[in-house]
Design a protein around this ligand. Structure first.
Ligand code: AVI
Length: 316
């Protein structure tokens, strides 16, 4: 219990520091991980069911259609390490396809959440051993020696890799490589580059769910950091950044205004934006090269017929 209070305090302090630092930059920026409070998680879940948001259903279908081959690639007795465990449906498809997975290791920064995931997977697969780890997968951490070293497979679906910046992406791929060892493998979901209209629609849906998801970050700042943002004076915008090959979410100030956060005041010009998320889109070659630069080989690629999304099978 005491541990949980400490975690909350640390989390609150990290949020405050990130918001103050991010709003002090020339291009105001808020790290996308803060989008996911309880309401943000609910809204993201709703996004995954939207017609315009193709990644979730496309990836799930690729996984289901190729489950046999993906399981063979992992090895029947794989030890599955899932980073940012939460993609329940996708995890189940993989675990179901594996003949006799030795162990499932969900890894997530939120200790409560990773315990919930463990319970759910144990209920669904009664014979399966589950060993949760509470850790931030964007920072260095060790896999406990109690996790068998052979046949480790890192599983990272959801195209969350696209939300990491360049340094984080390289660090993450190298960390995974280190975690699985010389004979290990990885299955990573990545969203592919496509026409801009499809991408904009996916990140600025007709029902306004993504807009609510983005604006919720200001509501969170108001609630948790004594903020004074007027939510009706900012609007959501999704834009394509060609140089970065990324869809960006911004919050646009509708007028010249100021807002206070934790006692500090920030000025906004009319039209000025806060950049809240980048979602990188890859080419098949581009992702394979990224993998190679970080100690992996892209041995397999599973994609849908329209080449919207791909699951990469990496080996060392
Ligand atoms: C979590 N992540 C993979 C989502 C994405 O597509 O980049 C987050 C998201 N943001 C707006 N819509 C979805």
């Amino acid at each position: 219990m005491l541990q949980r209070v400490d975690d909350k305090t640390r989390q609150h302090e990290a949020f405050r520091a990130d918001v103050i630092a991010g709003l002090s930059q020339r291009q105001k920026t808020l790290p996308s991980r803060w989008l996911y409070d309880d309401r943000g998680c609910e809204l993201f879940e709703a996004i995954t069911h939207l017609d315009e948001y193709y990644p979730t259903r496309t990836e799930t279908a690729i996984l289901a259609e190729n489950a046999r081959e993906i399981a063979d690639f992992c090895g029947a007795q794989a030890v599955v390490l899932e980073y940012g465990a939460g993609a329940a449906r996708k995890t189940e498809i993989l675990l179901e396809a594996l003949a006799a997975p030795r162990l499932y290791v969900p890894i997530d920064i939120a200790a409560d959440f990773v315990m919930e995931t463990s319970t759910r997977v144990r209920d669904r697969f009664p014979g399966l051993k589950v060993q949760p780890i509470a850790a931030d997968f964007t920072s260095d951490f060790n896999i406990p020696v109690t996790v068998p070293a052979r046949q480790r497979v890192a599983f990272f679906p959801g195209s969350t890799i696209g939300n990491l910046n360049e340094a984080e992406t390289n660090g993450f791929l190298r960390r995974m490589r280190h975690h699985v060892g010389a004979l290990g493998r990885a299955i990573i979901g990545a969203d592919l580059k496509k026409d801009v209209a499809t991408l904009i629609a996916a990140y600025d849906d007709g029902a306004g769910v993504t807009a609510r998801f983005n604006l919720n970050l200001l509501a969170r700042i108001n609630r948790e950091l004594a903020g004074s943002f007027r939510l009706d004076q900012f609007v959501h915008e999704a834009r394509w950044n060609d140089a970065e090959s990324a869809i960006e979410m911004h919050l646009v100030s509708l007028k010249r205004q100021s807002a206070t956060v934790a006692g500090q005041s920030f000025q906004f010009r009319a039209g000025e934006t806060i950049h809240t998320e980048s979602s990188r889109k890859y080419t098949l070659d581009g992702f394979a090269k990224l993998a190679t630069n970080n100690g992996w080989q892209a041995s397999k690629i599973w994609a849908d017929a329209e080449r919207r999304f791909a699951l990469f099978g990496l080996s060392c």
